[in-house]
Design a protein around this ligand. Structure first.
Ligand SMILES: C[S@@+](CC[C@H](N)C(=O)[O-])C[C@H]1O[C@@H](n2cnc3c(N)ncnc32)[C@H](O)[C@@H]1O
Length: 234
């Protein structure tokens, strides 16, 4: 099914309803990802807690159930096909747990570390980890630059991911000291301009030998432009 075939006439489905879960299951097919009923049920608990905590602290501007499904959960799991299932994955600036928690739910064999500079956001991440009884995932209140100074974490992660964190250059600078020799960096972005793509040319052919793969796509139902930028050694 293509994006164009996904049409919804009434999207006032509460988070966690059968229709809300169906939207995610059908939408995920557009990027070859298959969350089941149980996993979409866990997404719903994450989404509902996000909105509950959001009344007291600023976690997200996205509160409409359809947008929560698409812009948080579908957007977070879109890169799943390029992530090796037994990887150690670091999510820098995970905020409300995106994309790290939905990826952990989708691929339980991942070993996941979430970090953020906001103590409150890390408290929320820990609350979701406890509520969903997720194993092999931790959340830490620490800057990426400080984590890199802790010896056990130097070159420790197979995959380092971020969404809405920084420029690509700044993300690469943060991630490089933490990335395993044959690891992969993934940046999830909104619309990218030609100028940005040109500015990445040096990363593509850079001295570090990383190759850059850019995948542009549109979010199901909403049509918003997104990009997955993958940097790894050939
Ligand atoms: C715009 S939010 C994005 C949150 C989440 N990734 C999402 O897409 O919904 C960026 C987050 O990065 C965190 N952050 C910024 N710089 C950071 C750093 N150097 N190390 C760790 N977290 C950082 C901020 O506290 C903030 O929660």
């Amino acid at each position: 099914m293509t994006n164009h075939e996904l049409r919804i006439t009434n999207h006032k489905f509460p988070i966690g309803s059968a229709q809300w879960k169906y939207l995610i299951i059908e939408g995920a097919k557009t990027f070859d990802v298959c969350p089941d009923q149980e996993k979409t049920g866990q997404f719903a608990i994450h989404g509902l807690e996000l909105l509950k905590w959001n009344r007291k602290m600023n976690l997200t501007a996205i509160t409409d159930p359809l947008e929560v499904a698409v812009k948080h959960f579908l957007d977070s799991i879109a890169p799943a096909p390029v992530i090796p299932p037994s990887s150690s994955l670091l999510d820098i600036g995970s905020g409300g747990g995106f994309p790290g928690i939905p990826l952990k739910i989708l691929i339980p064999s991942l070993s996941v570390t979430l970090i953020d500079t906001s103590r409150k956001k890390v408290s929320f991440q820990k609350h979701i980890i406890r509520t969903l009884k997720l194993g092999n995932i931790k959340a830490r209140h620490i800057r990426a630059e400080d984590l890199a100074r802790e010896k056990p974490f130097a070159k420790a992660f197979d995959v380092i991911i971020c969404r809405a964190l920084s420029s690509l250059d700044a993300f690469v600078a943060m991630a490089r000291p933490l990335l395993a020799e044959h690891g992969m960096m993934i940046a999830l972005k909104g619309k990218v301009s030609e100028a940005e793509i040109e500015s990445w040319e040096n990363l593509k052919t850079g001295k570090d030998g990383f190759s850059l793969v850019l995948k542009k796509y549109k979010l199901p139902y909403l049509g918003a432009e997104r990009a997955i930028i993958c940097l790894k050694r050939p």
